[in-house]
Design a protein around this ligand. Structure first.
Ligand code: ADP
Ligand code: MG
Length: 326
């Protein structure tokens, strides 16, 4: 449905998008996840025809976004990072204006407007000037303009940024609802957000696509090594001696435990071997009782950090005007 091939965007000599390729299938909610400055907005602006790419192509339902812009754009509704709202129009005036721009047939306008205002829960504010709306309502008006014309694909750039927790939940629910009838692509630098809403997550870092998978699949990516945390009754020296002699143990670190006379050990082992049984018998034989043993599950957060850390952007290192939550 959407084919992005070898997308490159240069701003002067800065490479914001670096040979990005991916495909989007209909009927799913996609999350575009990456730290600030990763190139999410740039990519979305190119996909929606707002800005031109330096190299590469974007096809929407087979229509090239540049060569066949009108047809391609008909398939997309877009909510940019800064919603294109006219502050001095009322909600209704503004949505009418958008409907006109989108060339929605006059006979359908009123019905669509009603449906979409209901869907985005802004009907009670239809007569209010946009400048007098709360941020949450403004964002919903932004969503409404993206949904007008019922495009197949709805692209939302950081749709929950700057909202309070209650508004975030409302917008997320709304996005899930949109996902029932549309293909949705949303960007975010907040991991829990994409995890909560998306079927597929694309992780982007420094203009590169570093992973694309389901939330579960991404967590699975991390199973290279398994970590086990133990509290052992004994001295550091004793524990160190026993662990050093064990097989299938990649690495371990020891520190004082919280409990008296205990050592806390974090062990990395190969994923193929479950060394817990061996740990139990070996430590028992050495008369080092195990007071607790936990296999640490790696979270999607770990995956994200691992995939994007080595690839940190200039912004993150230098710090710009962004309000990063990462
Ligand atoms: P994201 O949306 O993931 O935070 P952006 O796509 O906004 O990232 O930006 C990607 C990179 O391109 C950043 O380093 C940003 O500073 C740079 N950039 C974005 N827009 C411009 C522009 N108009 N001119 C120069 N550099 C830009
Ligand atoms: Mg952005």
């Amino acid at each position: 449905m959407i084919e992005v091939e070898n997308l490159v965007k240069r701003y002067g000599d800065h490479l914001a998008v670096d040979h990005l390729s991916f495909h989007v299938e209909p009927g799913k909610i996609y999350g575009f996840l990456g730290p600030n400055g990763a190139g999410k907005s740039t990519t979305m602006n190119i996909m929606t025809g707002y800005i031109a790419a330096t190299e590469g192509t974007v096809k929407i339902n087979g229509h090239d976004i540049i060569k066949d812009a009108e047809e391609a754009k008909k398939c997309i509704g877009y909510l940019p990072e800064i919603p294109p709202l006219y502050q001095d129009m009322t909600v209704r005036e503004y949505l009418h204006f958008v409907a006109e721009l989108k060339k929605i047939p006059k006979s359908e306008r009123e019905t669509q407007l009603r449906e979409i205002m209901d869907l985005t829960m802004i009907t009670d504010m239809e007569g209010r000037l946009i400048k007098n709306l709360s941020k949450g309502y403004k964002q919903r008006v932004g969503l409404a303009q993206a949904v007008l014309g019922y495009p197949e694909v709805i692209i939302l750039d950081e749709p929950t940024v700057g909202l309070d927790p209650k508004q975030i939940i409302e917008i997320r629910d709304l996005i899930k609802k949109l996902g029932e009838k549309h293909t949705v692509i949303l960007s975010s630098h907040i991991l829990s957000e994409v995890q909560a809403v998306c079927d597929e997550i694309m992780i982007i870092s420094k203009g590169h696509l570093v992973a694309c998978d389901t939330p579960e699949g991404l967590t699975g990516l991390m199973n290279g090594n398994v970590q086990i945390e133990l509290t052992i009754l004994g001295s550091k020296e004793q524990v160190e001696e026993v662990l050093s002699g064990m097989e299938h143990l990649q690495a371990f670190s020891l520190k004082e435990g919280n409990e008296a006379d205990c050592v806390k050990a974090v062990i990395e082992s190969e994923a193929e071997v479950d060394i817990r049984t061996n740990l139990f018998y070996t430590l028992a034989k050495a008369k080092l009782p195990i007071m607790s043993m936990t296999r640490l599950e790696k979270s999607l957060e770990d995956v994200f950090l691992e995939l994007t850390d080595s690839n940190k952007t200039a912004e993150e290192k230098g710090g710009v005007e962004d309000d990063s939550n990462l």
